[in-house]
Design a protein around this ligand. Sequence first.
Ligand code: TRP
Length: 417
Amino acid sequence: MNQDFTVTPWDVSGKIDYKKLIEEFGTEPIDNDLLDRWQCLTGSVPFAMRRKIFFSHRDLKWVLDRYEAGEKFVLYTGRGPSGHTHLGHLMPWMFTKYLQDAFDAPLYFQMTDDEKFMYKPELAQKEAMSYAYENALDVIALGFDPKKTRIFSDYEYSKTLYRIATEVAKKITFSTAKAVFGFDNSTNIGMIFFTAMQSAPAFLPSVEAGKNIPVLIPQAIDQDPHFRVTRDIAPKLGYYKPAAMHCTFLPGLGGSDKMSASKPEMTIYTIDDPKTARKKILSAFTGGRTSIQEQKEQGGVPSICAVFQYYYYLFEMDQEKLDQREQKCLKGEIMCGECKQDLADRVVSFLEKHQENREKAKDKIEDFIVSDYSATYDKLKRPQDKKEVAKLKKTMKEYCSVKDGDRISIEKCKNFK
Ligand code: TRP
């Protein structure tokens, strides 16, 4: 891997050269021919593709060939629930929602609470499960179709996933896992197995349908190593290789690096109150000059500006308006303060709407979450540390009160078109 940056499923850092990543990972760029084809097929190209936020793919052309031949595909994506959702997470999920609408596609959404429990030394199982619930609210708030969307956590859906995961695991050697993920002798064995759990949902639609179903996985590019392995072993198990669309990372408010929970003051969470969000934006890194005078004379530098990136990634979909803003900045006609205030207004109104939908999602959760979970484990486990229980009780109460039978059954989900 290049020395200036790192992109693995568990570590993203440095200034990422996405062109180089395409070469290193061996994916294909989403080029203008593909955009033209997309335009013909769906009638428009979403800004996230036009701006090359979704910039890379595997076998996308094949999925579209199939689609044109009348074979519909299923979408699969996921989240590692180790904390609250931030805007960087929403970006690929919003795109997935667009895909669901554009192609009338069912979505399987995996919450890898097991992965996060095994990876993070400090994270308790119940904490990861409770984040899975919290994060699911954000997914639902984006407006996915409950009839076509299934959200599950690995801990709560493992009976369904496990048999497929073992099919997969049987085909992956330790030496492959080491080469792909950089594991060594100090890696816990759960992590070595985990990629098999992440592969499982890519084959679940085919298992359920009893025939091969094309699957498209929208994802941030750091997840590609998992699916490289999935694709490698798919034919050995008689499944189609899942296709993929990869996106770049939303930078943090501090500039270059990705938005990340390790820098909360540079990160906007979906549950941030308006005051907090505004404050974070007003202290963001910009491409401004040291004085207003200088900025008027020389103009700002949008290419290094975090605020401009937020317009680019999420908050100015209109290309003409984005170009105008860029030009104004370059010519010194707009100052950073104004640009930040504009962005803060947009972010706050987005958050208010999202938080409203997130509240409503609490009543809809049963329409989305599937589970084959048995409560035996929780019943048998000795009472935990009182403080921890108190902390988790509020969310867990809601979460655990959903009985197996209350949730949509797997049978009902089989009626996906
Ligand atoms: N491992 C991913 C994460 O840590 C979560 C995930 C599971 C995922 N399945 C996926 C992401 C499929 C993208 C596509 O975030």
